[in-house]
Design a protein around this ligand. Structure first.
Ligand code: ATP
Ligand code: MG
Length: 149
């Protein structure tokens, strides 16, 4: 049976590096790669009951969707150029970690590949919140690739 490899991509260099590391070190012929991107809408609705700036909300959604389209096109191109079988799935939700674990179970993934860090600017800890959540909750092995790998 072909292995199903779930690769979590958020558009960061680290996620791209994780994918390259998988290709160079783990990939076997026949592997099926599932790229997963969870859109993170950066929208604030202000205080409850406050006037909602619909224009700003629409703009934020458009920005997130454009970014998602670019990212998924780039990933699909990467699969094609490296002759790897696979596809990319887009999900939307407030908690990327939970979505990654859920999709890995639904797709019966054999392993999850991700970066230690992502797009988050604040470096509080060694692991980002998404990779930490996935390492703690995944029911499959997780390969967490650091940026110096
Ligand atoms: P934080 O988000 O907690 O501020 P961070 O952005 O530096 O920290 P994470 O978000 O945990 O770190 O990113 C670690 C890895 O998790 C990324 O390299 C990527 O593989 C995966 N990842 C993060 N966010 C998403 C997402 N929205 N969709 C898919 N994969 C993601
Ligand atoms: Mg992040």
């Amino acid at each position: 049976m072909a292995r199903q490899i779930l690769i979590a991509v958020d558009g960061s260099d680290q996620a791209e590096n994780a994918f390259n590391w998988y290709l160079n070190n783990v990939h076997k012929e026949g592997d099926q790669v599932i790229g997963l991107h969870c859109a993170e809408y950066n929208i604030s609705f202000g205080f409850p009951g406050a006037f909602t700036n619909t224009d700003a909300v629409c703009k934020a959604m458009k920005t997130a969707e454009d970014k998602m389209d670019q990212l998924t096109a780039k990933f699909a191109e990467k699969l094609r150029s490296s002759k790897v079988k696979g596809d990319i799935i887009k999900e939307t939700g407030a908690k990327p970690g939970e979505l990654i674990v859920k999709v890995s179970e639904q797709q019966k993934a054999d392993m999850i590949v991700m970066g230690t860090r992502g797009l988050g600017a604040v470096r509080r800890a060694l692991l980002g919140s998404v990779s930490e959540y996935v390492v703690r909750h995944a029911t499959t092995p997780v390969i967490v690739v650091s940026e110096d790998s």
